[in-house]
Design a protein around this ligand. Structure first.
Ligand code: NAD
Ligand code: IPM
Ligand code: MN
Length: 368
């Protein structure tokens, strides 16, 4: 029997609730295809800070590196929110594991499930046919640049003698842009053949370098792909103005973070947006949303972004396309039958069709 070792990182907030549903779906797939998934759970984020003092313990990194794939839920929460740069934060664990595993490509597919058309805040005719893929650079830019907070000897502070200063730096190297651009063009070739490269080249030097390199690669190696440049502020507007026009959207780390939450809302809820983080070694799969502290522990979180991340794991890490299709079909069927979690229910959803996290996971498994 084929065996895969999966590192599970439940993290914080709704994390443990939704990852349990992801595992349930994996097990259902394993039974159907006679594949064994072995799980090793490890600590990441706030729970890791509580138990070990650091958001990314070495042991977690070791388990992740030794596995065939990593399934992450979400990290963070008010308990660990601090503005003190000397205190650990859960998010450092997430950034750390992305960097350590070299996960420079983050794929965030934004596609409409027809049954959810009414759950979107946009008009049905605007979201009809939306099927886009955000290709977010994940290990560079502002998230990983030089940063500092210090007391400025020269400036007067608000409340007295010396004022504080802080900076974050946005830096990209040519090879970082080169490799993410290739990922975008390759993705476009398997889709509708169009790439929108998002930058702020009217202001930022990194964006000017970005644009030059994206075009050089395009002209030399991917002339068959249609390429357009779009400034990030305009993109934010066009995404809700004409979302169906986009195919592949490639952009730097922070622009991609912001635009993907915006794009998620087109599909009805952030609770629907899966993601795959890929590099040259072991890959990591996680919902695009966070730990949703406002609903943690209530059993009402939508597990579908996690389950759709499992679909991506089967497709990209295990070459189990048929099983991945099964998951997608099962999710589509459950939604077509009218089942909803709270975040995707509409004004006309009958109360007996609104289910919690566990029930939603069960419904998907039954249809695999
Ligand atoms: P969030 O994504 O956790 O929540 C935003 C809103 O969406 C909330 O109202 C929440 O209830 C809702 N939501 C999110 N996922 C949902 C789901 N599966 N089902 C139903 N509703 C869902 O963003 P936030 O509140 O800004 O951040 C909370 C914490 O999560 C912060 O500590 C943040 O740093 C962290 N975070 C972690 C990740 C990650 O681990 N990948 C991603 C984003 C945010
Ligand atoms: C995401 C999250 C993370 C990010 C945070 C929690 C560090 O918002 O995965 O989108 O900004 O990358
Ligand atoms: Mn985000």
């Amino acid at each position: 029997m084929k065996t895969y070792n999966i590192c599970l990182l439940p993290g914080d907030g709704i994390g443990p609730e939704i990852i349990a549903e992801g595992v349930k779906v994996l097990d259902a797939v394993g039974r159907k295809y006679d594949v064994a998934f072995n799980y090793t759970e490890a600590l990441l984020g706030g729970i890791a800070i509580d138990e070990t003092g650091t958001a990314l313990p070495q042991e977690t990194l070791d388990v992740a590196k030794a596995s065939d794939a990593v399934l992450l839920a979400a990290v963070g929460g008010p308990k660990w929110d601090t503005t003190d740069p000397n205190q650990p934060r859960p998010e450092q664990g997430l950034l750390g594991i992305r960097k350590e595993l070299g996960l420079y490509t983050n794929l965030r597919p934004v596609a409409i499930f027809n049954a959810l058309a009414s759950a979107s805040t946009l008009k049905p005719e605007i979201i009809d046919g939306v099927d886009l893929m955000i290709v977010r650079e994940l290990t560079g830019g502002l998230y990983f640049g030089m940063r500092e907070r210090f007391y400025d000897e020269e400036g007067a502070g608000v409340n007295g003698a010396n004022g504080q200063r802080a900076y974050d730096t946005l830096e990209y190297r040519e090879y970082e842009i080169d490799r993410i651009a290739r990922q975008a063009f390759e993705a476009a070739r398997k889709r509708r053949g169009k790439v929108t490269s998002v930058d702020k080249a009217n202001v930022l030097e990194t964006s000017r370098l970005w644009r030059e390199i994206v075009h050089a690669i395009h002209d030399a190696e991917y002339p068959d792909v249609e390429l357009e440049d779009l400034l990030v502020d305009n993109t934010a507007m066009q995404l809700i103005n004409r979302p169906a026009d986009f195919d592949v959207v490639v952009t730097e780390n922070m622009f991609g973070d912001i635009l993907s939450d915006e794009a998620a809302q087109i599909t009805g809820s952030l609770g629907m947006l899966a993601s795959a983080s890929l590099g040259d070694g072991v890959a990591l799969y996680e919902p695009s949303h966070g730990s949703a502290p406002d609903i943690a522990g209530l059993g009402v979180a939508n597990p579908l972004a996690q389950i759709l991340s499992v679909e991506m794991m089967l497709r990209y890490s295990f070459d189990m396309g048929a099983a991945a299709d099964d998951i997608h079909r099962a999710v589509t069927a459950v939604l077509d039958e009218g089942w909803r979690t709270g975040d995707i229910k509409g004004p006309d959803t009958p109360a007996d069709k609104v289910v919690g996290t566990v029930k939603m996971g069960d419904l998907v498994c039954e249809r695999i």
